[in-house]
Design a protein around this ligand. Structure first.
Ligand SMILES: [Zn+2]
Length: 344
């Protein structure tokens, strides 16, 4: 009986196949057609509320009416929710799924120089957690993480440029300009997060990358940014997504952290960056358990090691001197979709 209902759900999924459709004034494509066109196998489960697409290396899990999906078990916030009966917006198919699932063009040159931007600094403390006499300022920990990451990247053979290496405050646009001027191949912006509701309720890293033109950012619930113009960062948005995915994956796997997914933003600090950029929220200082870890040098060492691993993976995937990889993803394992809750 169980098998029969699964079969029915499967048939329903495929029977509903249709060509591209306009939903809410936007082009959507059925996951079935997308799967067929890209040699994926697909089925639905949980009473038709989840759609699973797989090939040899990728496993994509979409939720009905939700913008949260997983790519090989790592959360990815789409720009638009999956619509009725398993339709994905064409923009997400092209700008969120394709750049992760299929190999991209190689980097213009080998990745050698990394620019690190420790968030906040000087007059701008960033988030503050704890009591007045014992408060933890975000700016202290972004700098501490950046200095540790610089040490580890240098021992792995990379050149490292910093937007600040002490308690100073470069303007946001100036930070991207430093990365451009110094010829950085990748730009990593480092922050920690804070939740204003129940502090125990939210934890885990989030990694942001540039929002594509035509979409609103993940935190823009009113959708006001959907009409935003293109920025220089949009020229490398697909590579930024791949970088952000590698970072988020390494943080989740290597730290055993709660996955709060790869998300989109047009943060001022990233807009002018001409190289692939990831904006890392390394976890919630406000969470009593995760906060304690963030304030601990040993945990930040592990976090830096995870980020180095992500950069090494990214470098391999886009190496201009090697044959293109068959896939951007390590082989797909059966993973359950992680629950990603939305805050802010
Ligand atoms: Zn911050």
């Amino acid at each position: 009986m169980k098998f029969f209902s699964a079969l029915l759900a499967c048939l329903a999924f495929f029977a509903g196949a249709a060509r591209a459709e306009i939903i809410n004034g936007r082009n959507y494509v059925s996951l079935v057609n997308w799967a067929r066109a890209n040699s994926f196998t697909g089925w639905s489960r949980n009473g038709g509320t989840e759609f699973v697409l797989t090939n040899k290396t990728a496993r994509l899990v979409f939720q009905k009416d939700s913008a949260d999906c997983t790519v090989n078990g790592i959360g990815l916030r789409l720009s638009f929710p999956v619509a009725k009966g398993g339709y994905i917006s064409q923009l997400d198919a092209d700008k969120a799924i394709r750049p992760l699932v299929f190999a991209q063009n190689p980097s213009p040159k080998k990745i050698t120089t990394i620019c690190l931007d420790p968030g906040h600094g000087g007059k701008d403390t960033g988030y503050r957690v704890g009591h007045f006499w014992n408060a933890h300022s975000e700016k202290t920990y972004t700098l501490a993480l950046a200095l540790e990451l610089r040490r580890q990247l240098q021992s792995a053979g990379f050149n490292v440029v910093m937007t600040r290496d002490h308690d100073s405050y470069p303007q946001l646009a100036e930070r991207a300009e430093i990365a451009n001027r110094r010829g950085a191949d990748l730009f990593l912006v480092l922050h920690f997060n804070c939740f204003t509701g129940d502090p125990s309720a939210v934890l885990g890293p989030e990694t942001y990358c540039m929002t594509p033109v035509g979409a609103a950012s993940s935190n823009d619930s009113a959708g006001a940014g959907a009409s935003s113009r293109a920025y220089p960062a949009n020229r490398v948005e697909e590579k930024s997504l791949l970088l952000a995915y590698q970072v988020q994956r390494a943080l989740v796997k290597n730290l055993g952290a709660t996955d709060r997914s790869v998300r989109r933003a047009r943060y001022e600090v990233m807009r002018l960056a001409e190289m692939p950029t990831a904006y890392i929220e390394g976890g919630y200082m406000s969470n009593p358990v995760e906060g304690k870890k963030i304030f601990d040098a040993k945990y930040r060492q592990q976090m830096a090691a995870a980020i180095v691993r992500a950069i090494v993976n990214y470098k391999k995937l886009t190496d201009p001197t090697a044959p293109p990889p068959k896939s951007n993803l390590p082989s797909a394992k059966k993973t359950t979709s992680s629950k990603v809750r939305s805050v802010k």
